[in-house]
Design a binder for this molecule. Structure first.
Ligand SMILES: CC(C)(COP(=O)(O)OP(=O)(O)OC[C@H]1O[C@@H](n2cnc3c(N)ncnc32)[C@H](O)[C@@H]1OP(=O)(O)O)[C@@H](O)C(=O)NCCC(=O)NCCS
Length: 180
């Protein structure tokens, strides 16, 4: 039984440890640092930080932070999903999917129109994400051509994709080239 809820500030260290374990020794420390930074970055607000608990223990976490599309037209209210992690013992049991769906529901309810992700193109399309460049939405830093389909978006409000085009501006901490 998975319980999904918002995290508290006091849980930040435990959540960083979770990312470090899930991503492993090569990527884990950088991702943990990203989470720590984003949770303290004023330019990332509003933040949606959700935990998945099993038997009272946090086994998964997802973070959504604010982004803006630099466009001369009326901007869209947008967020980016980064990062998502589930402890190895609990992977492939639906926890990651439950976190993504809960996040998308809450963002929809709070008026968010677009959600971006830079992630595995074999995983995220099942949750509604589609290649973002096809809609004229560029990442803050160039994505290598071999990974172009990893840059994805979905609209939570029908009709926003296609109306808004431009280059994304994300939170300062996420805007470091090594994250792209
Ligand atoms: C990627 C991750 C978040 C998925 O969470 P999860 O709880 O295991 O995923 P779910 O149980 O909701 O979905 C499982 C399904 O997604 C797919 N899937 C899971 N991880 C995948 C991956 N890394 N690549 C492609 N597909 C993946 C599989 O099809 C799996 O179904 P199967 O068991 O029938 O093969 C988790 O594996 C993880 O934390 N990995 C390490 C950290 C990471 O890479 N995060 C970044 C995600 S881009």
């Amino acid at each position: 039984m998975v319980n999904l809820r918002r995290t508290t500030d006091a849980e930040l260290a435990a959540i960083c440890d979770l990312h470090e374990e899930a991503f492993g020794p090569a990527e884990g420390p950088e991702i943990a640092e990203l989470v720590r930074g984003l949770c303290q970055d004023a330019t990332a607000v509003p933040v949606l930080s959700l935990a998945a608990e099993v038997e009272g223990r946090i086994v998964g976490h997802v973070l959504f932070t604010a982004v803006r599309v630099r466009t001369p037209e009326q901007p869209a209210v947008a967020q980016i999903l980064a990062p998502l992690a589930v402890l190895p013992k609990h992977q492939r049991t639906g926890v990651g999917g439950a976190l993504i769906r809960a996040g998308l529901r809450q963002l929809t309810a709070s008026g968010v129109e677009l959600v971006f992700v830079l992630g595995d193109p074999d995983y995220y399309p099942r949750f509604g994400f589609r290649p973002a460049r096809a809609f004229g939405l560029e990442a803050p830093h160039p994505i290598p051509a071999a990974h172009a389909d990893a840059w994805m978006v979905q609209e939570l409000t029908p009709g926003v994709l296609g109306r808004v085009q431009g280059t994304l501006q994300c939170a300062d901490v996420l805007n470091q080239p090594q994250h792209w």
